[in-house]
Design a protein around this ligand. Structure first.
Ligand SMILES: Nc1ncnc2c1ncn2[C@@H]1O[C@H](COP(=O)(O)OP(=O)(O)OP(=O)(O)O)[C@@H](O)[C@H]1O
Ligand SMILES: [Mg+2]
Length: 218
């Protein structure tokens, strides 16, 4: 799916003066493209990703994900659309600590009404895809940071999102794990034609992207 933003802005209310997090920006991410968004801390990368993924409403402007214009959807319609089409990977993994790796991946599928057995089969497949065969029964606390992030990637990919949004997915990982995560994401993006938008400060990841976009101040 293509992702397109037209003249979006974001201003956060603040006690004295409103904070301009994003000045008007327009961009198009082609279907199957891997775009990396860079820029200094506070330049609005996370704000932009949240708006593109429908987690945050822009102050102005419009966003299309595929043919759907998402900024005027009701909350319920937006939640359903997001669940069906958009995957998120965050810096801090967001795994459920009491669930095993397999259960963490299967959980979202079960919420989508997939019967437990099929959800677990699918979860097993995606854990193997990210190199975690044999770790199905491990709890997050029993896995390394890199392995936990791979569980989070498997969880996102198991939903077969057409758009995958990743906010600093490697920033809590060491160099070797960071490169491995980038390789996995690039491989899957190429194989499945997923549109991948990633914010990162890590220059070593730049070569994996098809295109680089640098956000300026505000
Ligand atoms: N919920 C919020 N309320 C008020 N201001 C916010 C909020 N979220 C972000 N901001 C402000 O908006 C600006 C952009 O923040 P954002 O998190 O998008 O930057 P970023 O590029 O992701 O930074 P980093 O690299 O540190 O993650 C910053 O000035 C920040 O302080
Ligand atoms: Mg950020």
């Amino acid at each position: 799916m293509q992702v397109r933003a037209e003249q979006i802005t974001k201003t956060y209310p603040h006690a004295n003066a409103p904070v301009v997090a994003l000045s008007p920006i327009s961009l198009t991410v082609a279907e199957g493209e891997f775009l990396i968004i860079t820029g200094a801390s506070g330049s609005g990368k996370s704000t932009l990703l949240k708006i593109l993924g429908g987690l945050l409403a822009p102050s102005a402007g419009k966003v299309w994900v595929g043919k759907q214009e998402i900024t005027h959807l009701t909350d319920t319609a937006l939640t359903l659309f997001r669940r069906k089409s958009i995957g998120f990977i965050f810096q801090d993994f967001n795994l459920l600590p009491v669930l095993t790796a397999l259960e963490n991946v299967a959980f979202g599928l079960q919420l989508q009404d997939l019967p437990t057995r099929q959800a677990k089969e699918k979860a097993r497949f995606w854990l193997a895809e990210v190199g975690l065969a044999g770790k199905e029964k491990s709890l997050p606390a029993q896995l390394s940071g890199g392995q936990q992030q791979r569980v989070a990637i498997a969880r996102a990919l198991a939903m077969c999102p057409q758009v995958l949004i990743a906010d600093e997915p490697t920033s809590s990982l060491d160099a070797q794990n960071a490169l491995q995560i980038a390789e996995i994401l690039q491989k899957l993006q190429r194989e499945t034609q997923t549109t991948l938008v990633m914010a990162t400060h890590d220059t070593r990841l730049y070569p994996f992207a098809d295109r680089l976009l640098e956000l300026g101040e505000g």
